[in-house]
Design a binder for this molecule. Structure first.
Ligand code: CA
Length: 170
């Protein structure tokens, strides 16, 4: 991310603070409630903070949710076209050619895709060639890639990547 982008983002965030807030309120303004861990960005549209973690070969799929939770959030859920487009724009600032993992798993033995809490996923943004058959383990998860214009793939349990965390602001 270039310094220019950071600066314009900060200015934008300041401008979005409601004018009625007092000085004391500003200390707990929305972006200040993003996790302390660096690099979380506030989205006014989705009232949440989010961050992309780079690919790390020492991590496995289960670690992705664990890390997001340690930072006060969860692996990102993309549950609408609006959010998908927003995140694609966000990812455009980076040069990430790796898989990028979002929340959603699928047991090979079952049809529904589910979020971590077990609820069934209804929004998908599949790449035209996906989902495809897999025989690598019991589990698949949702992932996407720049070279496929961030349309989704059902990744095998053995695949690794970067991942997106998100923290909703109450
Ligand atoms: Ca696939």
């Amino acid at each position: 991310m270039s310094p220019g982008l950071v600066n314009s983002r900060l200015v934008h965030k300041k401008q979005t603070c409601p004018q009625v807030w007092s000085e004391a309120d500003m200390s707990t303004s929305l972006h200040a409630r993003c996790p302390d861990a660096a690099d979380y960005v506030f989205s006014k549209v989705f009232n949440s903070c989010y961050k992309v973690h780079s690919y790390d070969n020492t991590l496995v799929y289960d670690n992705y949710s664990q890390i997001c939770e340690l930072e006060g959030g969860e692996l990102m859920k993309i549950d609408s076209d609006e959010k998908q487009q927003h995140i694609v724009k966000f990812l455009g600032q980076f040069e990430i050619s790796d898989w990028i993992v979002i929340q959603g798993t699928h047991l090979i033995s079952e049809t529904p895709w589910r979020y971590n809490d077990g609820s069934v996923i209804s929004y998908f943004n599949w790449h035209p060639t996906q989902p495809d058959a897999s025989v690598f383990g019991l589990l698949e998860y949702l992932c996407m890639k720049k070279s496929e214009l961030y349309q989704w793939n059902d990744c095998w349990g053995t695949m690794k990547g970067a991942f997106l965390c998100e923290k909703e602001i109450e």
